[in-house]
Design a binder for this molecule. Sequence first.
Ligand code: SF4
Ligand code: SF4
Length: 427
Amino acid sequence: MYARPADSLVASAAATEAAELIRRCVHCGFCLPACPTYRVTGSELDSPRGRIYLVRQLLEQGSATATTRTHLDRCLTCRACETACPSGVQYGRLVHLGRELVARQPPPLPRSRRERWLRSTLLAVATRRVLFRLLVRAGRVVRPLLPAWLRAHVPDRRKIEAAPQRYRPASSPLWPAPRHTRRMAVLEGCVQPALAPEINAAAARVLDRLGFSLVQARDIDCCGAMDHHLGRTDVALRKVRANVDVGARLLDGGVEAIVSTASGCGVFVKDYAHALRHEPVATRLTGARVAAATRDLSEVVNPVALAAALGSPTRTLRVAWQSPCTLQHGQRAATRGKVEAILRVAGCELVATTEPTLCCGSAGTYSVLQPALSHELRSRKLAALSGDRPDVIATANIGCLEHLRRASVQPVLHWIEIVAARLDDVP
Ligand code: SF4
Ligand code: SF4
């Protein structure tokens, strides 16, 4: 597909880049059945190919309509279309460029007051670790008094406590003191410390048993993914620049890897070199170094070492594995099959599921900004995961975990909690 940017966009780096990305698309339509929004609405404009046409139109006309923005907003950026595309179209990058161009166009397209409030509140609250933690604590206290739409977004601690003890370690986080010379640093994330501090603690206990001390990378701020997804590229870039400096200092200090227990953060940090592509050479090199040292947790838990530490688990746990889009479509070969192998070593039977590539509808802020589509996708995903009656659903991203947990009959856990519970049983 060919797009010639309008005169008003000829000097725009984002427009040039978008036109280049579009060129790979051959209109074949193989991506359509893979696209969750197309499958729900049946509209070509809610498909990857339809959105590519919309971005081409935006480039050629120099501005977008509210309709174009609506269909770009509805994209989950799950990147299932990239996995399905035989031409290698980097759709995830393209849709962000499209959103950036729409956000910057003069005069700006107006949004309703409610939409503006939701977007600014999400960015002000969910990307600030301390503020988010305070609000979650306060929200849990007053949860029964909140209106239903707001209550749905305040995590219910009883859902976590409802998971039988054998599926998870003690609820109070227990972080082993550093005792190994080999160290890794773990990203804290913005929302995870408030919603599920037990996940990083479980990762620390597992890695401790495998010969690594896990330290908290407290000085690494919000990774910037949320700002990036909502079109605040400048803010995201500021965070990326600051984080690569901190990350480089950690690596200089002897940390072997920067570990992410949330695949949504990990996929963005692994792409820091791309985010910094317009920066001076020194910044680009530092970004590339930090990105190359970043690992999803499943890449650093060695199944052979784990098997030696566990012995032969006697109990079988029936687990439905939900691979987040940011893991399967975002991190791809680096993580493919790794969690499944680890869970099997930990004595889990992976039950049959359907629609393994379908997004659960969480997608960062999507569940708040596009609730109808998001809830429809969650219902489909939970049906696909629970058909074989698992004891528990396991995932690898805090956003998916909270989103699924709100509507799931089965307990929903991070996979490392299951592994840590198994190891906690072994003296
Ligand atoms: S599968 Fe790829 S090449 Fe084919 S229409 Fe979709 S994006 Fe274009
Ligand atoms: S990223 Fe996901 S929702 Fe967006 S067009 Fe691709 S498959 Fe569809």
